[in-house]
Design a binder for this molecule. Structure first.
Ligand SMILES: CC(C)(COP(=O)(O)OP(=O)(O)OC[C@H]1O[C@@H](n2cnc3c(N)ncnc32)[C@H](O)[C@@H]1OP(=O)(O)O)[C@@H](O)C(=O)NCCC(=O)NCCS
Length: 158
């Protein structure tokens, strides 16, 4: 509950939501999602509150979540990386730091073999971070908007 205000202001920020959903959520929508939208997991594959060590403040949500195939089943051995940082903390290296930590966590602790992520065209900061982490473009897809699908495989990761 302590993170709810910070979570909601991120979700209400049109710039944060520009390439992830396309429009800001209202406070009511964000609260509802915070209170009901996140189910507990037992396999540690979820988005985690991202906390700034210096002052213990909530600055975003990052993590590895299951990669689902089109029939809704989880793809074994694969994870999807998500990075969301509040705008006042952009360009300080936090997404890169969190991304590296979750790649290591996925490959070395969860024993995942492949990590994927989808980025909407135009989200240049996200493309830059993902390519810095070693991901390569797998394919481009158009579903109402254009998405770049990136992949990082364990055997290629150093
Ligand atoms: C994408 C996002 C996670 C990046 O977070 P961040 O903490 O600012 O990222 P970092 O500071 O680690 O790195 C940003 C890098 O992108 C670069 N960058 C920033 N804006 C850029 C732009 N418009 N075009 C190209 N590069 C850009 C920065 O210079 C930096 O690169 P550098 O470290 O080589 O100098 C953040 O902007 C965000 O949360 N956006 C909204 C949610 C979102 O779109 N998430 C991604 C879903 S796929």
């Amino acid at each position: 509950m302590a993170d709810m205000d910070a979570y909601c202001s991120m979700d209400q920020d049109a710039e944060v939501r520009r390439y992830v959903g396309g429009k800001p959520r209202t406070r009511e929508e964000a609260e509802r999602r915070f209170l009901n939208g996140f189910q507990p997991v037992t396999d540690r594959m979820a988005m985690w509150a991202t906390i700034l060590k210096a002052d213990n403040s909530y600055i975003g949500r990052c993590g590895l979540f299951p990669h689902f195939q089109s029939n809704g089943e989880k793809i074994p051995g694969e994870g999807a990386l998500g990075l969301y940082i509040a705008r006042e903390h952009w360009r300080k290296g936090y997404a890169t730091e969190a991304g590296k930590a979750f790649v290591d966590f996925g490959f070395n602790e969860l024993n995942i073999k492949k990590i994927v992520t989808a980025i909407e065209a135009g989200n240049d900061a996200s493309v830059h971070v993902i390519e810095k982490l070693g991901f390569t473009l797998s394919y481009t897809e158009y579903v109402h908007r254009t998405y770049y699908h990136y992949v990082l495989e364990k055997f290629k990761h150093v």
